[in-house]
Ligand binder design. Structure first.
Ligand code: IVH
Length: 699
């Protein structure tokens, strides 16, 4: 439809009009640019502009046409509602046209709207408005006849839509039968929005990723796609829901209008809720004047992320039906309603550069440096690109125009690039093969997405490890943040973990911006952290894949951190919920002399390496049979797995340990017990028992 060159031209033109407004001489170009953007949005479903930017251009066109009515072109976007009809579905007429909404962006816009309403309706006092969410999904029109759902259609071009009845029937939130007869209504048309819950959207994309299907950019695309699928079981699988926000048409069996029995819009929506339709509840409010309506809109602008559905604004509607009728409609929108659009969450900008960050275990994360852009009130200039595949999957090049989104409280991410806007000067991304900090060759382990630097002396990596060690999640050294670590690292005061516990506080007190008080604070926080339970220390060591949960589990099974030197990967996987990858990484860590030296140094500086109550969560009775005993299982057990036996021992008050030493109280020897049994026998103080004897003891 449009060549690449035309697309580039329209995009440039639009950006120029956004910078300096179009004049009457620009009318034709502006109109054509808007027609192009309509096509990108409705037909291609690939908008190049944010809604806010599009609305700015649309307003410019409206202003030009209002000032020069003779200039009005018959194909102007202001003269029609856009069409997204496809030939695949049967086209059906709407009972009454499905119009769009005019937009507002702030309290002043709403006050202008209110003034206009009072003028149109000759009202002197306050107008009552209903305010409700503007759902960001796909619009639908449902017809019920004689209480049965007989037809469902998409909005289409506003006059005609696609018949999607089988798909609507597959949406559980749409009742197949509703008791309209209760109100004497024989035929009714309801308007609403098919929508997918944000949480559910994540699950849909996870599943698509597993199936190797293309991911949806946002819940709206997943919902509109779900409405128009040829297979209604797919609509169902996507978990589509539908909110009803309007009753457009309602007559009795003789064709008499049935609206007059309701006082207003708010009452009608609640009536539909009573009939079993999904409607906005606490998210809608009947407001006694425009100021109250405006406050409710502002409140939801702040709260939007807490709502489980995507909403891109609120809709303010004159509540009284008689007043609505007095206002009437334009060809484009009803005059009695207006959308209050939230600040843009999507915007286009330029990908200026890519930087490569080195993580605490050496993973290389590419980070996009963007031309700064405003997104829902926040300036975004840097966005993670995750890994090499993400860059190639999205076909990103340096210099590309890209679409960025900030959904919910989620960190911003790049939705897509626009290859059609490339000039040819964009550069392909060449992922580094060497570490940007220490220049050692990067490696990629099987099954992992990230390239890694595996040089243990890589300074960038060491710094990240130190930052993680002191963080809230790890040793939680209160007030000792990233900036302190960086500063002390640069000064050469902390080169490794143990240095953190051997700082010269007098020297810190002399530093610019510190003083005795701050130095004391740092000291107190560090001293306090020395008493942490060992799971925190284990987690703080940056052992690849060893998270907080696994650290806690392992901590429950050891007396002392250095006991892990004796654990094999097989023994570790014997612990419930410890997988082979974590097990191997732990074993590898404790096989390194350097790491052991570090831990011994930590202990010599007073850091706790012994198990504490906080590491041992199991509640044990005072008279538990193995209270305070250490135990070890060896050989093959007959009646239970080793994991089960270890758990049983813990509930009986014992601690499982891994090595045979003078500290071991009980050794349970199963079949084919070998060296451990011999060693225990040699020690002489270890009580050796069979599996059956152990069971008898704990039962
Ligand atoms: S009222 C006749 N209310 O927004 C009144 N529309 O930009 C016109 N939308 O196509 C619609 N939530 O699909 C209305 N609470 C709401 C809405 C809503 C979402 C959609 C609707 C419409 C579009 C207009």
């Amino acid at each position: 439809m449009y060549t690449k060159a035309q697309q580039q031209q329209f995009f440039e033109l639009s950006k120029n009009f956004l910078k300096s407004e179009a004049t009457a001489l620009d009318y034709e170009s502006l109109k054509n640019a808007l027609i192009f953007h309509e096509w990108k949005y409705y037909v291609e479903s690939q908008p190049l502009l944010s809604d806010f930017e599009y609305d700015q251009l649309y307003k410019q066109l409206e202003t030009l046409e209002a000032a020069n009515p003779k200039m009005m072109a018959p194909d102007s976007p202001t003269q029609r509602v856009s069409s997204d009809l496809t030939a695949d579905f049967k086209s059906v007429d709407h009972l009454i046209p499905m119009l769009s909404l005019a937009n507002s962006y702030n309290a002043e816009d709403l006050e202008d709207f209110d003034r206009q309403i009072r003028k149109l309706t000759l009202t002197e006092g306050d107008i009552t408005y209903t305010v409700e969410p503007k759902y960001d999904g796909g619009s639908i029109a449902l017809i019920y006849e004689n209480d049965m759902l007989v037809r469902a259609a998409t909005r289409g071009n506003g006059a005609q839509g696609d018949d999607i009845t089988p798909n609507a029937r597959a949406i559980s939130a749409i009742p197949l039968k509703a008791n309209f007869s209760k109100y004497g209504i024989y035929k009714v048309e309801l308007r609403g929005e098919a929508i997918i819950e944000k949480n559910n959207f994540g699950k849909i994309n996870d599943k698509r990723e597993q199936q190797g299907l293309q991911l949806f950019a946002n819940p709206r695309n997943a919902a509109t796609g779900g409405l128009r699928t040829k297979d209604s079981s797919e609509t169902r699988n996507r978990g589509l829901e539908a909110f009803i926000f309007q009753m457009g048409y309602a007559v009795d069996a003789d064709g008499n209008d049935m609206f007059s029995q309701f006082s207003g819009h708010f009452e009608i929506i609640n009536m539909l809720g009573d009939l079993g339709f999904k409607i906005p509840k606490a998210e809608k409010k009947k407001c006694s004047n425009i100021q109250e309506a405006s406050e409710f809109c502002a409140y939801w602008q702040e709260q939007r992320d807490t709502y489980p559905y995507e909403i891109d604004g609120m809709v303010v509607k004159v509540d009284d039906l008689a007043l609505q009728a007095k206002c009437g409609s334009t060809q484009h929108h009803p005059r009695w309603a207006i959308a209050y659009k939230f600040k843009a969450k999507q915007a286009t900008t330029t990908l200026e550069d890519i930087e490569y960050q080195i993580g605490k275990i050496g993973s290389i994360t590419p980070v996009a440096k963007l031309k700064p852009v405003q997104l829902a009130g926040v300036t975004v200039s840097s966005v993670s690109l995750h890994n090499e595949e993400f860059i190639s999957g999205k076909d990103l090049r340096i210099g590309d125009t890209i679409l960025v989104e900030r959904a919910g409280d989620v960190i911003p991410y790049i939705v897509k690039s626009f290859p059609e806007l490339r000039s040819g000067s964009e550069q392909e991304v060449v992922f580094p093969t060497a570490c940007p900090s220490c220049n050692s060759t990067l490696i990629k382990q099987e099954g992992e997405a990230a390239w890694r630097c595996v040089n243990p002396s890589c300074t960038a990596q060491i710094l990240q490890k130190l930052i993680f060690h002191v963080s809230k999640d790890a040793m939680n050294i209160d007030g000792f943040g990233k900036s302190y670590v960086e500063r002390f690292y640069e000064l050469g005061w902390i080169k490794d973990l143990s240095d953190i516990y051997n700082l010269d506080y007098d020297a810190i007190a002399q530093l610019d911006g510190f003083g005795a008080k701050s130095a004391k604070k740092v000291k107190d926080a560090i001293e306090h952290s020395k008493q942490n339970p060992i799971y925190r220390l284990l987690h703080s060591l940056s052992i690849h894949h060893l998270g907080k949960k696994a650290s806690k589990i392992i901590a429950e099974h050891i007396n002392h951190v250095l006991d892990l030197r004796q654990w094999s990967a097989e023994q570790l996987t014997g612990i419930k919920d410890i997988g082979p990858v974590v097990a191997e990484n732990v074993v590898a860590y404790f096989a390194e002399d350097y790491n052991i030296e570090q831990l011994e140094k930590l202990e010599s500086y007073g850091v706790n390496l012994s198990q504490t109550e906080a590491d041992q969560p199991v509640q044990v009775a005072d008279d538990a049979p193995l209270l305070g005993k250490t135990i070890l299982f060896t050989g093959t057990l007959e009646q239970m797995s080793r994991k089960e036996a270890q758990a049983l021992a813990v509930t009986a008050g014992a601690k499982n340990i891994s090595a045979v030493s003078g500290n071991l109280n009980i050794l349970v020897a199963g079949a084919k017990a070998g060296s451990k049994l011999k060693k225990a026998q040699a020690i002489g103080t270890v009580e050796i028992m069979t599996e059956a004897e152990f069971l008898e003891l704990v039962s």
